[in-house]
Write a protein that binds this ligand. Structure first.
Ligand code: NAD
Length: 499
């Protein structure tokens, strides 16, 4: 079996510096369509010199160009034009995203591309409302605090939802007047390369630059450049550690949106049908490749067997297959090494005394693509490797609990702390659990309800800093305090004594 390509992408993708193709300098790296395993494009890696040129272009655009100085209504207008560009090219962008990620096209259109457009609208509206502060407690003086752009923003994106995640960074960085160098994942450069190209039509030269290549080469050169003023990173925890250490040498501020191992806690007092739907969405949407996946499903003991039985029955009916088919619910995983890594967790679960409940195998009846059957394991304890490490695939790990205290202890027994899900219609249990959770986000009786004005980010190994309205304003601007005497009071006169 072989599946049709969503689009014929350009044979070669390059970076973009001040609106012109970047110098590259590195090798060509293949880009594969995960549904067939066939190479569909290649990117030209940007080496240190090409990265330095991209940073220089962003630096010049910030130091001398119009963007940071543009009157607010004009900046809002440009952001709105970026939104319209995305909507006008939504089919092309969705297909390019599909060609590198293998995510289901219908989902890409409905969620990722829509969200990308909304990110620009959200920050355009945000900056139209935001105001400075004024203090005048000390008589005769006025103190104002204004927020000014930080400078050159290095934006580093992962492969699991490239356009949706990178546009959150791009829209925020641009809205607050910064200039940007974007580095997409080397696995998934296609849609972002096209978007950056399209955005050149409406942005002044050098405001948005693109570099492509592997993390330790292109990404590392970008982060180490002392002309970069901030780093916004979404990706794995180990990469986050490396980037923060490198950025620390230049005292470059960072936000880190990292991995997760989120607990999905299901009480007997929950609406069982809703909790089941939520648990399935929590672990299987986006092919299971998402930081906020509810990957550890904790079920209260009296309902455990029934809940798990129904979960497995539904998981086995999930339609895995062609990303272009509207009936498909799960597409392939993003790459061959990633698929092998995900499947490897079946062995580690068994080695820790776990049982495979369903899946755990490649769907090779679907051809050469990286398809995995929706998988669930039950492990005897939260110490199991598969309960501690991020799998990042369609792979649920089940545990049971007896009391809310025990559920909270298990949920918090992790180095991560991105999201917690709680399912119960018993208000005291909901309140007790939501207060006990050591995570940046708690979702009660709902999966994945992202409110863009609210902070999103994690405790512990899930990240540093937050994304969201005010959090982005704080990160993408510097505060400047100006004090002016309104009625200049007399000053102490040093050096005026006569003896
Ligand atoms: P990754 O860490 O391997 O790569 C992310 C990006 O960092 C890529 O562009 C990569 O090229 C770059 N990179 C790698 N090494 C680098 C270095 N030394 N210097 C600079 N850049 C470097 O992550 P991934 O595999 O692409 O994405 C999956 C991970 O992302 C998962 O762990 C997932 O949980 C996390 N994620 C987190 C969030 C969140 O909001 N918290 C959202 C999505 C994904």
């Amino acid at each position: 079996m072989t599946f049709q390509l969503p689009i014929v992408p350009p044979a070669r993708v390059t970076g973009l510096v001040a609106g012109a193709p970047s110098a590259g300098g590195g090798p060509e790296l293949p880009v594969y369509y995960p549904a067939t395993g066939a190479q569909v494009s290649a990117l030209v890696e940007d080496g240190p010199e090409a990265v330095a040129a991209a940073v220089a272009a962003a630096r010049a655009a910030f130091d001398k160009g119009p963007w940071p100085r543009l009157p607010l209504p004009q900046r809002i207008e440009v952001l709105d034009r970026c939104r319209r560009i995305i909507l006008d090219h939504s089919d092309e962008l969705a297909r390019l995203e599909c060609a590198a990620t293998g995510l289901v096209l219908k989902e890409l259109r409905a969620r990722h591309i829509e969200r990308a457009a909304y990110n620009f609208r959200f920050f355009a509206e945000y900056i139209s409302q935001s105001a400075g502060q004024r203090y005048d407690q000390t008589p005769g003086y006025m103190t104002t605090v204004s927020r000014v752009p930080v400078g050159v923003a290095a934006l580093i994106a992962p492969w699991n939802a490239p356009v949706a995640l990178a546009t959150m960074k791009l829209a925020a960085a641009l809205a607050f007047g910064n200039t940007c160098v974007l580095k997409p994942s080397e696995q998934t450069p296609l849609a972002l390369a096209r978007l950056v190209e399209l955005m050149q039509e409406v942005l002044p030269e050098g405001v948005l630059n693109l570099v492509n290549g592997r993390g330790p080469v292109t990404g590392a050169a970008l982060v180490a450049d002392p002309r970069v003023d901030l780093v916004s990173f979404t990706g794995g925890t180990e990469t986050g550690r490396a980037i923060m250490s490198a950025a620390g040498r230049n005292l470059t501020p960072c936000t880190m949106e990292l991995g997760g191992k989120s607990a999905n806690v299901i009480f007997a007092s929950a609406d069982q049908e809703r909790a089941l739907d939520g648990a399935l969405i929590g672990i299987f949407s986006n092919n299971g490749q998402q930081c906020l996946a509810g990957s550890r499903i904790l079920v209260e003991r009296p309902i455990f067997d029934d809940f798990v039985g129904r979960f497995v029955e539904r998981a086995e009916r999930i339609r895995v297959g062609d990303p272009l088919d509207d009936a498909t619910e799960i597409g392939p995983l993003a790459s061959l090494p990633h698929m092998n890594r995900v499947l490897g967790f079946v062995d580690t679960a068994r080695a820790d005394g776990g049982d495979l409940l369903t899946g755990g195998r490649r769907r090779d009846d679907l051809g050469e693509g990286y398809f995995v059957a929706p998988t669930a394991v039950r492990v005897p304890s939260n110490a199991a490797d598969v309960a501690q490490r991020e799998v990042f695939g369609p792979f649920a790990t089940f545990l049971s609990f007896d009391t809310a205290e025990e559920a909270a202890a298990i949920a918090n027994d992790t180095e991560f702390g991105l999201v917690s899900y709680i399912w119960s219609d018993h208000l005291p249990t909901v309140m007790q659990m939501s207060e006990a959770m050591r995570s940046g986000v708690v979702w009660v009786n709902t999966p994945m309800m992202r409110e863009l004005r609210a902070p999103f980010g994690g405790f512990g190994a899930s990240g540093v800093g937050r994304e969201g309205g005010a959090s982005c304003e704080a990160f993408y601007t510097e505060e400047r305090t100006v004090t002016i005497p309104t009625v200049p009071p007399p000053l102490r006169r040093l050096g005026t004594t006569n003896d």
